[in-house]
Design a protein around this ligand. Sequence first.
Ligand code: GTP
Ligand code: MG
Ligand code: ZN
Length: 298
Amino acid sequence: MVSHGTVLEREGGTFRVLTGEGEVRAALRGRTKRGGPKVVVGDRVTLEAGEADLWAIAGVDPRTSVLARRVPGGRGLRPVVANVDQVVVVTAARDPEPVPQLVDRLLVVAEAHHLPAIVVINKTDLAHGGELAERFHQAGYPVLLTSAARGDGLGALRTALGGRESVVTGPSGAGKSSLLNALVPGFRLRTGAVSERAGRGRHTTVSAVMLPFDGGFVVDTPGFSEVGLWGVQPGELGGCFPEIRERAAACRFGDCRHRAEPGCAVLAAVAAGAMLADRHASYLALLADLEALPEEWE
Ligand SMILES: Nc1nc2c(ncn2[C@@H]2O[C@H](COP(=O)(O)OP(=O)(O)OP(=O)(O)O)[C@@H](O)[C@H]2O)c(=O)[nH]1
Ligand SMILES: [Mg+2]
Ligand SMILES: [Zn+2]
């Protein structure tokens, strides 16, 4: 018997897979076990009947997208989630204190994968988040203001997620799991207090999990305090900032890096206040990071 399904979660050596007939447990077998593509959350897989109620993953469909993380120590890339069509970056308005440059990095990761992104500013019960919202709105992103605790903005979030396959990302403690729980009480995702000492979250969510939601899926992921960029050439970085992308064609030089070049339309926009200097500073910091990467990461 052959079946087809979507990988929802990895649990030790097996996977929870959603099929047309409901959820099953499956393990890697044969080809998928011997050096084929790594199976990740969001993968569409072919299943064959295995032993007892454990199915065998016989193959992985080609992916429309895959988001990966760099393995610590620089030993390659680890895919985290496949086939999403939207990136939802969640940050808190306060507690933990927002780090706009981290959100910028996550937005660049989305852009580098040609995935549309939205910014969610959560915990509006603690701070209004208005300035932060304005920052990302001006950069060209849809922004939602929410409070998982008080229920603000949940209708708009539901609309933004419905029928899509979204990955929810952002710093630990921002309230990603809490927002999903508030949308669907049945999810019962684990949430955790923001650590007092560090003012940071504690990585309550430890691995990606995909949840069926309103005709689509939403993937909850562990938060992180640092994001590596990879596979982005320094010369491609400007294309990952909407407000740079739309101006770069007007730069005097085709390979302008928008740093100090004469006739740079981006620098002119920053000087005129039409592009946020803070976003441009984020761009320059990321550019320096990318230029400093060893060859293999370029
Ligand atoms: N005041 C307030 N607290 C919130 C809100 N949303 C979440 N929290 C709290 O913030 C803490 C962190 O929430 P989580 O949902 O675990 O955060 P997370 O983004 O999933 O964190 P990781 O799984 O570590 O990435 C918990 O104590 C939540 O109760 C909110 O809208 N307002
Ligand atoms: Mg979480
Ligand atoms: Zn330029």
